[in-house]
Design a protein around this ligand. Structure first.
Ligand code: NAD
Length: 297
C-alpha cells in the first residue's frame, strides 16, 4: 500500500481564502476589522518563527495584528497586568500568549489570566471545559485543524479506534476529547498514550487512526502500526542538518518514509498539521470578533 498524502498546506490555503471572504464581508457590513494581539516573552527563535507565520496568515486573511514583547525576566505580576490591559481593551478581539514561557512563569496561571472570550488559542480552562461537554467554544487550534483535515478528505472517525500519543493540554488531551465525544466530532473509541505508557506499540498496532504529538523524532515506525492506518503526525522537531542553510531541518514524530508504505493516509512534516493550526487560529479570531461563541449580553 502507498499512503495518500494529507496536504495541510493546500487545505489551509482554501480555508484561509474562505476566512478572508468572511472577514471582508464582516468589515463591509460596517464592523471593525478583527484584531489579534500577540504577546511574546523573551526571544526564543522557534517562538519568533511561529509568531512570524501567524502574523503572515493574519495579513493573508485581512486580520489586523501586532506583537508586544516583554523581556524573559518579566515577573508574573507584570505579565498578568499587561494581559489585563489587553482584556480590557475593546479594540482587541483575540489574545495569544506564545508558549513556552520562561520557566519561572506558570503557563496555567498566565492562560487563566486571559479573558476566556478572547482566548483564541482555546487553552483557557473555560474553553477546554466547554469542549469536554460539547458546548460552543474556541477549540484548541491543532485538534480543530486535524478535524478539518478529516472532513476535507472524508476520513471517517466514527466507531474507529483512535490512538493519541502525547497527552499535553494543548494538543494530545483536547485531540483525545474531540475524538472520543459520542455526540459531536469524533465518535471514536480513543486511547491516550503518554510517557508513562509501558509499551505504546500494544496500542499503536491496533489503531485505525494514529495521532502523534510527543515531540520525539522517529518515535513511530512502520512495525508499530497496522496496514491501512491513518497517520496524523503533529510533531515538529528541529534536527541538525548540515546540508541546509539554516543548519537544521524539521521532522515529525513518525518515520514518514517507512510509514507511507503501510498507511492509507499520512500527513507530511512540514506541510501537514502545522498550517492547519494557524488557519484555525484565524478562524477563532474571526469568531471572537463576531462574538459568536460568547454573545454580548
Ligand atoms: P509536550 O512536550 O507538552 O507533551 C508531549 C507529550 O508526549 C506528553 O504527554 C508526554 O508524556 C508524551 N510523550 C513524550 N515522549 C513520549 C514517548 N516516548 N512515548 C509516549 N508519549 C510520550 O508537547 P506538545 O506541546 O503537545 O507538542 C508535541 C509535539 O507537537 C512537539 O513536537 C511540538 O513542536 C508539536 N506541535 C505541533 C503543532 C502543530 O501545529 N503541528 C502544534 C503544537 C505542538
Amino acid at each position: 500500500m502507498s499512503a495518500q498524502l494529507i496536504d495541510g498546506k493546500k487545505v489551509s490555503t482554501e480555508i484561509k481564502k474562505q476566512i478572508r471572504e468572511d472577514v471582508e464581508n464582516w468589515v463591509l457590513a460596517g464592523n471593525r476589522r478583527p484584531f489579534l494581539k500577540v504577546l511574546q516573552v523573551g526571544n526564543d527563535p522557534a517562538s519568533t518563527a511561529y509568531i512570524r507565520a501567524k502574523t503572515r496568515s493574519c495579513s493573508e486573511v485581512g486580520i489586523d495584528t501586532d506583537t508586544a514583547h516583554l523581556p524573559d525576566t518579566v515577573s508574573a505580576r507584570e505579565l498578568k497586568s499587561v494581559i489585563r490591559s489587553f482584556n480590557n481593551d475593546d479594540s482587541i478581539d483575540g489574545i495569544l500568549v506564545q508558549l513556552p514561557l520562561p520557566s519561572h512563569l506558570s503557563s496555567h496561571d498566565v492562560i487563566e489570566s486571559i479573558d476566556h472570550r478572547k482566548d483564541v488559542d482555546g487553552f483557557h480552562p473555560m474553553n477546554v471545559g466547554r469542549l469536554s461537554v460539547d458546548q460552543p467554544t474556541f477549540k484548541s487550534c491543532t485538534p480543530a485543524g486535524i478535524f478539518e483535515l478529516f472532513k476535507y478528505y472524508s476520513i471517517p472517525t466514527k466507531g474507529k479506534h483512535a490512538v493519541v500519543v502525547g497527552a499535553s493540554n494543548i494538543v494530545g488531551t483536547p485531540m483525545a476529547v474531540m475524538l472520543s465525544r459520542e455526540n459531536s466530532s469524533g465518535k471514536a473509541t480513543t486511547t491516550i498514550c503518554h510517557k508513562f505508557t509501558r509499551d505504546i506499540t500494544i496500542h499503536t498496532i491496533t489503531a485505525d487512526i494514529l495521532v502523534v504529538a510527543a515531540g520525539q523524532p522517529n518515535l513511530i515506525k512502520a512495525e508499530m502500526v497496522k496496514e491501512g492506518v491513518v497517520i496524523i503526525d503533529v510533531g515538529i522537531n528541529r534536527i541538525a542538518d548540515e546540508t541546509s542553510e539554516k543548519g537544521y531541518k524539521l521532522v515529525g514524530d513518525c518515520d514518514f518514509d517507512s510509514l507511507k508504505k503501510k498507511a492509507s493516509w499520512i500527513t507530511p512534516v512540514p506541510g501537514g498539521v502545522g498550517p492547519m493550526t494557524v488557519a484555525m487560529l484565524m478562524k477563532n479570531t474571526l469568531l471572537a470578533a463576531k462574538k459568536s461563541i460568547y454573545p454580548e449580553e
